[in-house]
Design a binder for this molecule. Structure first.
Ligand code: RP5
Length: 168
Protein backbone atom coordinates (compact mmCIF):
# COMPACT_ATOMS: atom_id res chain seq x y z
CA UNK A 1 0.00 0.00 0.00
CA UNK A 2 1.32 3.44 -0.84
CA UNK A 3 0.81 6.38 1.45
CA UNK A 4 -0.12 9.60 -0.32
CA UNK A 5 2.49 12.24 0.45
CA UNK A 6 2.32 15.98 -0.05
CA UNK A 7 4.94 17.18 -2.52
CA UNK A 8 7.56 19.45 -0.91
CA UNK A 9 6.89 23.18 -1.15
CA UNK A 10 8.76 24.80 -4.06
CA UNK A 11 11.95 26.62 -3.04
CA UNK A 12 12.57 28.02 -6.52
CA UNK A 13 10.08 29.71 -8.80
CA UNK A 14 10.95 29.08 -12.44
CA UNK A 15 8.91 31.42 -14.60
CA UNK A 16 9.05 32.51 -18.23
CA UNK A 17 7.30 35.00 -20.46
CA UNK A 18 5.90 32.39 -22.82
CA UNK A 19 5.68 28.65 -23.23
CA UNK A 20 7.89 29.21 -26.30
CA UNK A 21 10.73 29.92 -23.82
CA UNK A 22 10.55 26.38 -22.40
CA UNK A 23 13.04 24.73 -24.79
CA UNK A 24 15.63 27.16 -23.40
CA UNK A 25 14.38 27.24 -19.80
CA UNK A 26 14.10 23.50 -19.26
CA UNK A 27 17.87 23.35 -18.66
CA UNK A 28 17.26 25.28 -15.43
CA UNK A 29 14.60 22.76 -14.40
CA UNK A 30 17.01 19.90 -15.12
CA UNK A 31 19.75 21.49 -13.00
CA UNK A 32 17.36 22.03 -10.08
CA UNK A 33 16.12 18.45 -10.36
CA UNK A 34 19.71 17.18 -10.35
CA UNK A 35 20.18 18.82 -6.93
CA UNK A 36 16.83 17.61 -5.64
CA UNK A 37 15.56 21.15 -5.23
CA UNK A 38 11.77 21.44 -5.31
CA UNK A 39 10.62 24.05 -7.81
CA UNK A 40 7.50 25.25 -9.59
CA UNK A 41 7.21 26.17 -13.26
CA UNK A 42 4.86 28.69 -14.84
CA UNK A 43 4.25 31.16 -17.64
CA UNK A 44 4.05 34.73 -16.33
CA UNK A 45 4.20 37.47 -18.93
CA UNK A 46 5.20 41.03 -18.04
CA UNK A 47 3.35 42.42 -21.03
CA UNK A 48 0.43 40.04 -21.56
CA UNK A 49 -0.40 39.30 -17.92
CA UNK A 50 0.97 42.25 -15.93
CA UNK A 51 -1.36 41.75 -12.96
CA UNK A 52 -0.52 38.04 -12.74
CA UNK A 53 3.17 38.98 -12.79
CA UNK A 54 2.76 41.40 -9.89
CA UNK A 55 0.60 38.96 -7.93
CA UNK A 56 3.19 36.22 -8.45
CA UNK A 57 6.14 38.40 -7.45
CA UNK A 58 4.42 39.81 -4.36
CA UNK A 59 3.23 36.43 -3.08
CA UNK A 60 6.30 34.28 -3.84
CA UNK A 61 8.31 34.92 -0.64
CA UNK A 62 5.26 34.39 1.56
CA UNK A 63 4.68 31.00 -0.06
CA UNK A 64 8.20 29.85 0.84
CA UNK A 65 9.87 30.44 -2.54
CA UNK A 66 13.49 31.50 -1.89
CA UNK A 67 14.85 32.24 -5.37
CA UNK A 68 13.11 33.20 -8.62
CA UNK A 69 14.50 32.33 -12.04
CA UNK A 70 12.82 34.38 -14.75
CA UNK A 71 13.45 33.87 -18.46
CA UNK A 72 12.20 36.02 -21.30
CA UNK A 73 13.09 36.99 -24.82
CA UNK A 74 12.99 40.13 -26.95
CA UNK A 75 11.77 43.08 -24.88
CA UNK A 76 12.52 40.94 -21.84
CA UNK A 77 11.06 42.95 -18.97
CA UNK A 78 9.92 40.02 -16.82
CA UNK A 79 13.02 39.50 -14.62
CA UNK A 80 13.42 43.20 -13.84
CA UNK A 81 9.75 43.81 -13.14
CA UNK A 82 9.56 40.74 -10.91
CA UNK A 83 12.68 41.93 -9.05
CA UNK A 84 10.96 45.27 -8.45
CA UNK A 85 8.07 43.57 -6.65
CA UNK A 86 9.84 40.92 -4.52
CA UNK A 87 12.63 40.94 -1.93
CA UNK A 88 13.84 37.56 -3.24
CA UNK A 89 16.97 37.11 -5.36
CA UNK A 90 15.99 37.06 -9.05
CA UNK A 91 18.08 35.37 -11.72
CA UNK A 92 17.37 36.53 -15.26
CA UNK A 93 17.79 34.33 -18.32
CA UNK A 94 17.97 36.10 -21.69
CA UNK A 95 16.14 33.81 -24.11
CA UNK A 96 17.42 34.07 -27.69
CA UNK A 97 14.69 34.63 -30.28
CA UNK A 98 14.76 34.55 -34.08
CA UNK A 99 16.27 38.02 -34.53
CA UNK A 100 19.24 39.81 -32.94
CA UNK A 101 20.74 36.58 -31.52
CA UNK A 102 19.41 37.26 -28.02
CA UNK A 103 21.30 40.54 -27.64
CA UNK A 104 17.94 42.30 -27.25
CA UNK A 105 16.97 39.92 -24.45
CA UNK A 106 20.36 40.28 -22.75
CA UNK A 107 20.36 44.07 -22.79
CA UNK A 108 16.73 44.24 -21.64
CA UNK A 109 17.59 42.13 -18.59
CA UNK A 110 21.10 43.12 -17.61
CA UNK A 111 20.94 46.90 -17.55
CA UNK A 112 18.98 47.34 -14.30
CA UNK A 113 18.86 50.60 -12.37
CA UNK A 114 20.72 50.73 -9.03
CA UNK A 115 18.56 49.37 -6.23
CA UNK A 116 16.86 46.63 -8.23
CA UNK A 117 19.35 43.81 -8.89
CA UNK A 118 18.86 40.96 -11.33
CA UNK A 119 21.61 38.34 -11.54
CA UNK A 120 21.79 37.92 -15.31
CA UNK A 121 23.25 34.77 -16.84
CA UNK A 122 24.47 34.42 -20.41
CA UNK A 123 22.16 34.33 -23.45
CA UNK A 124 20.39 30.99 -23.24
CA UNK A 125 22.27 30.21 -20.01
CA UNK A 126 19.39 28.53 -18.19
CA UNK A 127 21.58 25.71 -16.84
CA UNK A 128 23.74 28.23 -15.01
CA UNK A 129 20.60 29.91 -13.68
CA UNK A 130 19.60 26.61 -12.08
CA UNK A 131 23.12 26.10 -10.73
CA UNK A 132 23.25 29.65 -9.36
CA UNK A 133 19.92 29.12 -7.60
CA UNK A 134 21.39 25.94 -6.07
CA UNK A 135 24.45 27.88 -4.87
CA UNK A 136 22.24 30.59 -3.32
CA UNK A 137 20.23 27.97 -1.45
CA UNK A 138 23.46 26.13 -0.60
CA UNK A 139 24.70 29.11 1.41
CA UNK A 140 22.22 28.11 4.14
CA UNK A 141 21.69 24.45 3.23
CA UNK A 142 24.76 22.25 3.85
CA UNK A 143 23.36 19.29 1.86
CA UNK A 144 22.95 21.40 -1.29
CA UNK A 145 26.36 22.99 -0.76
CA UNK A 146 27.98 19.58 -0.39
CA UNK A 147 26.24 18.39 -3.57
CA UNK A 148 27.53 21.50 -5.37
CA UNK A 149 31.11 20.79 -4.24
CA UNK A 150 30.72 17.23 -5.59
CA UNK A 151 29.35 18.56 -8.88
CA UNK A 152 32.36 20.89 -9.19
CA UNK A 153 34.76 18.04 -8.45
CA UNK A 154 33.03 16.14 -11.27
CA UNK A 155 33.69 19.03 -13.66
CA UNK A 156 37.36 19.00 -12.74
CA UNK A 157 37.58 15.25 -13.18
CA UNK A 158 35.93 15.53 -16.60
CA UNK A 159 38.46 18.11 -17.80
CA UNK A 160 41.40 16.11 -16.47
CA UNK A 161 40.15 12.99 -18.26
CA UNK A 162 39.88 14.94 -21.54
CA UNK A 163 43.37 16.31 -21.02
CA UNK A 164 44.65 12.79 -20.39
CA UNK A 165 43.05 11.53 -23.62
CA UNK A 166 44.56 14.37 -25.66
CA UNK A 167 48.02 13.67 -24.32
CA UNK A 168 47.88 9.95 -25.19
C1 RP5 B 1 8.52 37.27 -24.52
O1 RP5 B 1 8.12 37.26 -25.85
C2 RP5 B 1 8.57 35.82 -24.14
O2 RP5 B 1 9.41 35.64 -23.05
C3 RP5 B 1 9.06 35.15 -25.39
O3 RP5 B 1 10.46 34.97 -25.36
C4 RP5 B 1 8.70 36.16 -26.48
C5 RP5 B 1 7.81 35.60 -27.55
O4 RP5 B 1 6.65 35.04 -26.99
P1 RP5 B 1 5.62 34.24 -27.90
O5 RP5 B 1 5.11 35.19 -28.94
O6 RP5 B 1 6.38 33.07 -28.49
O7 RP5 B 1 4.53 33.76 -26.96
O8 RP5 B 1 7.68 37.99 -23.70
Amino acid sequence: MTTPSTPPAPRVGLIMGSDSDWPTMKAAAEALAEFGIPFEVGVVSAHRTPQRMLDYAKAAAGRGVQVIIAGAGGAAHLPGMVASATPLPVIGVPVPLKYLDGMDSLLSIVQMPAGVPVATVSIGGAKNAGLLAARILGASDPAIQAAMAKFQAGLEEMVLEKDEKLRR
